[in-house]
Design a binder for this molecule. Structure first.
Ligand code: PEP
Ligand code: MG
Length: 524
């Protein structure tokens, strides 16, 4: 057939080639069985069971997304709202849909792409429960292996069920800020969104850079296959050499640590391969385990990681809540602009009971191995001083109780322009550049923006690299270690610039460790 070209937006880079396959919305029987409130409870239970089953075999990043969905379904208030509607005379499916519509509407109305993309996760819950209510039915997700899947939108749980069969994702709508886009990037699975009216035909297609070519000619097919096999070969070589240190051709040794969210989902082998953990995002670790008010459990998480790391360093970031990181169970103010509000270290200093508890666990764990503590979203020296005073007080308290504890090195994340501009005076034991936040604040562009604002979000824009250079130079002058743990560290295209700036310590998503080490080996 003649070639048809659909242009959208890149959500995950790379080349995919394969047959097109349609993944339609799950059909929900029109004549839904109505068993009232008991049927709704059972259906919600089924949906939770399904999500748990998928989460059990998923990677860390995916399981976290599903755990959020499960927690949402487990919320009794939601179920009570739906049951109240049943009591008012609606059928169970009608009541469920009305209740979910009310939950989804505010997300759909969001101007922020990140939050708007969350509506897709909620619609998934709406449909899963509605399907369970209608007696389920055969799932229509059997796809030809190696296909490019076409759908209007794709919720994460359905993506996880089909990911092994697919070579690429082409969405008519979708969002580059959505959870599936994040998962696709971590898996090097090409993905395009906002493609418009793609019609699935029985033919081959090529997906690359936000563009879907249906029925490519022989030359285009050959080109796509060549790029695809180069990328696959590079991935295989990188995976085979994951344990080898990252040294450039000229002999420069580059440290590559990993970022961790849920320690239970990081294999021991990966911890052993890495140069340590450069960022433990405790707001995510604690959220999935409900550890916020449990000092003993927090201490056990750190101790166990130190043991598993076998003398490699563990850098723990104190709770970074607020902005793009909401946290259930901690009182947070409602703000007009939460990204410029009480978040990160600011919030923790305003909630000293929670902060003290985390510090007590950290000070105790620091006796067990090379632990370092890192403060997020620092703006001023006052915040570092106040944290040190709080840590000192906790240390005295622990000694008074006869517990063993010690003060670890305390570093700061460089994420605000204020911190970057004052690294020549800020007193900290190390600096770790959080380029995700630093880029959004330097460029005044939300980190999950779409459209023209997304184009501004360039971590290699001269304004950002100038800030990076200042931090590196200040660190070198003052003998303070500088590392970088934002997403740009995992981008092979950015590596030459980062190395030129003098950076030689990185921390990356664990799934990117092999690729980053390989990219380092290919540098002059
Ligand atoms: C960053 O901002 O670059 C960073 C590593 O922290 P997070 O992505 O968790 O905000
Ligand atoms: Mg950050």
């Amino acid at each position: 057939m003649a070639e048809a070209i659909f242009r959208g937006r890149t959500a995950a880079p790379g080349w995919a080639i394969g047959p097109l396959a349609s993944l339609d919305e799950w059909p929900v029987n029109g004549s839904e069985i109505d068993g009232g409130a008991p049927a709704l409870r059972t259906a919600v239970g089924h949906a939770i069971g399904d999500l748990r089953r998928i989460a059990a075999t998923s990677s860390q990043d995916a399981a976290e997304i599903l755990e959020f969905q499960i927690a949402f379904l487990e919320d009794e208030i939601l179920l009570e709202e739906a049951i109240a509607r049943i009591d008012e005379g609606l059928t169970a499916p009608e009541a469920w849909r009305a209740t979910m519509a009310e939950q989804i509407a505010p997300f759909e109305a969001e101007t922020d792409d990140y939050f708007r993309a969350r509506a897709s996760d909620l619609r998934d819950l709406e449909v899963r429960v509605a399907r369970a209510l209608s007696g389920g039915g055969e799932r229509a997700d059997a796809l030809p292996t190696g296909c490019i899947v076409v759908a209007d939108d794709l919720p994460p749980s359905r993506f996880l069920e089909i990911e092994r069969a697919i070579a690429g994702i082409a969405l008519r709508r979708g969002s580059a800020a959505g959870h599936v886009a994040m998962l696709a990037r971590a898996r090097s699975l090409p993905m395009a969104v906002e493609l418009g009216r793609v019609i699935v035909t029985d033919t081959q297609a090529v997906l690359h850079e936000g563009c879907l070519k249906v029925g490519p000619d022989a030359e285009e097919t050959a080109e796509a296959m060549r790029h695809h096999s180069i990328a696959t070969g590079a991935r295989e070589r990188a995976a085979a050499m994951i344990d080898e240190p990252a040294v450039t051709r000229s002999g420069r040794r580059i440290e590559v640590k990993i970022n961790v969210e849920d320690p239970a989902r990081v294999p021991d082998a990966l911890l052993r391969s890495s140069d340590g953990i450069g960022l433990l995002r405790t707001e995510l670790t604690f959220e999935s385990g409900d550890l916020l008010h449990d000092e003993e459990a927090q201490y056990r998480v750190y101790r166990s990681l130190l043991q598993r790391l076998e003398s490699k360093p563990l850098t723990v970031r104190t709770l970074d809540i607020g902005g793009d990181k909401p946290f259930q169970g901690l009182d947070q103010p409602v703000e007009r602009n939460p990204f410029l509000g009480l978040r990160g270290i600011r919030l923790m200093l305003a909630r000293p009971a929670v902060f003290r508890l985390q510090w007590r666990a950290l000070l105790r764990a620091a006796t067990e191995g090379p632990l370092r503590v890192m403060l997020p979203m620092v703006t001023t020296q006052t915040e570092i001083d106040a944290t040190r005073r709080l840590a000192d007080a906790c240390l005295k308290e622990l000694f008074g109780e006869g517990q063993s504890a010690t003060l670890p090195p305390i570093g700061i994340m460089i994420e605000t322009p204020a911190a970057a501009l004052t690294t020549d005076t800020l007193e900290a034991d190390f600096f770790s550049i959080g380029s995700n936040d630093l880029t959004q604040y330097v460029m005044a562009a939300a980190r999950d923006a779409a459209g023209p604002v997304a184009d501004l979000l360039d971590p290699l824009h001269p304004a950002v690299t100038r800030a990076l250079r200042m931090v590196v130079e200040a660190g070198a002058r003052r003998g303070i270690e500088v590392s970088l743990c934002g997403e740009v560290a995992a981008d092979p295209q950015a590596l030459p610039t980062l190395l030129d700036l003098g950076l030689d310590k990185f921390s990356v998503a664990s799934a990117r460790l092999a690729a980053v080490r390989q990219a380092v080996r290919e540098q002059p």
